[in-house]
Design a protein around this ligand. Sequence first.
Ligand SMILES: Cc1cc2nc3c(=O)[nH]c(=O)nc-3n(C[C@H](O)[C@H](O)[C@H](O)COP(=O)(O)OP(=O)(O)OC[C@H]3O[C@@H](n4cnc5c(N)ncnc54)[C@H](O)[C@@H]3O)c2cc1C
Length: 487
Amino acid sequence: MLPSDIIIIGAGSAGCTLAHLLSDQHGFSVTLIEPATIETPQTFLAPEIDRTRPARWLKLLAGPNDWDYATVASKSLAGRALNCPRGRGMGGSSRINAMIWFPPTHDDFKRFSAAAADARWSTESLRSAYQSAERLVQPEPARWISEPAQRFLRAASPLGHAMAYPRMNRDGRRWTPAALLLNSPGVQTIRATVDRIRFRDNRAIGVELADGTQISASKQVILSAGSIASPTILMRSGIGPRDGLRDAGVKAWLDAPDVGQHLQDHLVMPVIFSIDAGTRFDLNVSPRDLARFEVLGQGPLTSNIAEAGGLFANDAIQIHVTPTHYLRFPQPNAASAMTIAVNATQPTSRGHVAIRSRNASDPPQIDPNYLADREDVETTIAGVKLARAIAMQLPLQNWIGPELLPGSKRTSDEGIVKSISRYAQTLYHPVGTCGLGRVVDANLSVIGTERLSVVDASVFPEVTVGNPNAMVMTLATLFANQIATSP
Ligand SMILES: Cc1cc2nc3c(=O)[nH]c(=O)nc-3n(C[C@H](O)[C@H](O)[C@H](O)COP(=O)(O)OP(=O)(O)OC[C@H]3O[C@@H](n4cnc5c(N)ncnc54)[C@H](O)[C@@H]3O)c2cc1C
């Protein structure tokens, strides 16, 4: 096989966007490497409808489209280990995510600018890259909003910036950046798992797949395997914290202590209220609603569940509202409920990702170190109180039922903390493990190497205030422009 100009590892949000831009707009030949989904006789049939209908996205988790990682057990979470889903297959985490399109804020851009310390990363350049990404995605406004979310929007508007979230959908159906590759003759896709990156001296020359096959690139290798896998591929390639790598049986040729460090994630606490069974959200829709969806792309099946929310308390708290019991839906016996879920937008706790061995099929150690910093606990408590305050506003107050979680008896801060430690969940936004200014420079090149870049959520210097996917695609767009104009 002739080497292409560029190898991209991982066909997720960043990888698909990059492959499209580098090939179709800038004329590079690209080899894109993405593992096949794990299909078993039991899981083979379900995913197609689950992938199409937004309301069924929770059904995709822990199935063939999910790497289905878990975090280490955490003391601050009452000894719980959390599921850590990551998308697998074309589209990556966009393939299984909640589809919320949340434009990065000006403060997000400022944080990236400061970390890059380079004129090409001005807030104006980032905004322009965002606008290009938005033109690719063409996010859709919500096509249907449940009654709980409608009431939330009216109740919460006086208290902050409440909104119905735009979606990464087309005609009311899930859309992922993998669709950008449907007419990309310059992109050759290989369905395989990358084991490691190959080097000549410190210059990346290609990759080795898990089956031992070697593939070469003549110009560049780009790592876009996401916040969990990208640092582990670097580590298996001998780039990472020397001591940690030695313990895993890998000799570090480049001691890079920050690889895998600074893991940051949004931890979400669901505040759950009972609602009347008549307004219960159900996946078993009527034939009429099924037809509405199939023919018009309208109706309850277009709900992404996390329909609305917004930023509150000077952007310190984000809210996601679902017309469901956050912890039980889509189980058929889940109580009729709505959830006002809250999270600190800029958590200060940091964790890490590490490899346990040299074996690519060994799941990594993931420790987000949630709530290690007291400030994150305080902000989450404030979020729970805010959710309760919103539930007391009209038109929710005279409609909503009793609080199920934390429960109206848990009024003290200690009581709320107990509930947070037992019930808080990942909001699925891990970032920062190959951080800009720490592991990669303003070219997104791995510091100490040549012709190797990381472009995905792992390079975020800080997590975005809102949901990160729009920023991931912004980064890919900025990088594609940089590479096309570099000598
Ligand atoms: C359940 C869920 C819900 C979410 N909801 C939202 C939301 O509503 N809005 C939002 O903005 N964000 C959301 N996110 C987060 C968002 O989807 C991610 O931040 C974003 O997709 C990350 O993009 P990425 O390119 O960094 O990584 P990914 O999209 O995860 O792509 C990484 C790719 O690399 C591949 N890969 C991994 N290892 C290897 C290997 N060894 N060899 C080859 N390929 C490999 C993976 O299979 C994957 O396809 C959600 C995430 C999840 C999991």
